[in-house]
Design a protein around this ligand. Structure first.
Ligand SMILES: [Zn+2]
Length: 320
């Protein structure tokens, strides 16, 4: 039977149909339109799901459940969003509102955990028992799947992999601490690091690639300049992957997952990112002499992971 997956983001809401084989079918999206009161946002999500079904000639009777990935801390006992930075939600009973609107079961999860669940079931983690996802985007997101279940922690806030400190007294992080992995290894951090390096090197190829406009610097051109041998880009990527590998080695040493999956916008760089990360992580792994070591791979589902994972949240619940 079909399930609806909803990926609620700060800029857009995406809804898609996912079948029993965890394959994503038709999907639609609309702007989130923040700032917006929680009740109105819940109704917009309901109407988007309704429209998705209607366009396919379906109704809620054709749907088993609805799952939603939310960028915040989801308390499944109270159906509240304890904290969601983008939405200015603090202890808002958002899941409760959604449950009252939809005529079928509604499951909610933090968006990074939902996307990790999608990759685990239908993407890079398919067939494994444990997987950790590290997502390199605006921040560094994470999701930990152990023995077929999402690791929640006793309050639902486990898996904030981006907020492990890798440089004491280092760069300030959005969480209020200094030196977090997120401050060094997010896509945003990579761009800031490249801009800083460019200011010290007027001859860098990056200046041409961004049309001499610093606001045009992005991950893609940094990888492009590095591929062409630009020393500034190469140095930036070298220290970026060194920092990322510290974070990844820490994760592996603690959890020893079967698969560690790197996702987010930067994973589009493919081998240019994966090869140096693998090479720099290997010597830092405590179990490096073991026959069984974590496979470090790229995410496979792209933006679909969030919708697929949200839709498949009913499978996680059935395992509890
Ligand atoms: Zn932090």
């Amino acid at each position: 039977m079909l399930r609806i997956g909803i990926d609620l983001g700060g800029t857009k809401i995406a809804a898609g149909l996912v079948d029993e084989n965890r394959v994503l079918g038709p999907s639609i999206q609309e702007p989130t339109g923040l700032p917006r009161p929680a009740g109105e946002l819940a109704e917009a999500i309901y109407h988007l799901a309704y429209r998705l079904l209607k366009e396919q000639g379906l109704t809620f009777q054709d749907v088993e459940s609805v799952g939603i990935g939310i960028p915040g801390t989801v308390n499944k006992e109270t159906d509240c969003i304890e904290y969601a930075n983008n939405f200015v939600f603090e202890n808002v009973p958002f899941l409760k509102m959604l449950k009252e609107l939809f005529p079928c079961p509604v499951y909610g999860e933090n968006d990074a955990k939902a996307a990790a669940w999608g990759e685990y079931l239908a993407g890079a983690g398919r067939g494994s028992r444990s997987m950790t996802a590290v997502t390199l985007g605006t921040g560094v997101g994470g999701g930990i799947i152990l023995n077929g279940k999402i690791l929640e922690g006793h309050n639902g806030a486990a898996g904030e992999l981006g907020h492990m400190v890798i440089h004491q007294n280092g760069r300030p992080c959005t969480c209020g601490r200094r030196g977090c992995l997120e401050a060094y290894a997010s896509a945003t951090a990579l761009v800031s690091r490249a801009k800083e390096a460019m200011e010290h090197c007027e001859t860098s190829m990056l200046w041409n690639l961004c049309g001499r406009n610093l606001s045009e610097v992005n991950g893609r051109i940094i990888f492009e300049a590095s591929k062409k041998g630009d020393p500034t880009a190469c140095e930036v990527l070298d220290s970026f992957t060194e920092d990322l590998s510290d974070g990844i080695a820490n994760i592996i040493n603690i959890l020893q997952p079967e698969v560690l999956c790197i996702g987010g916008g930067l994973s589009g760089a493919g081998e240019a990112l994966l090869a140096p990360v693998r090479e720099k992580t290997a010597p830092k792994i405590y179990s490096r002499a073991s026959e069984k070591n974590t496979r470090i791979v790229l995410a496979e589902l792209g933006n679909g992971a969030g919708i697929i994972g949200a839709a498949c949240l009913n499978e996680q619940m059935s395992k509890n």
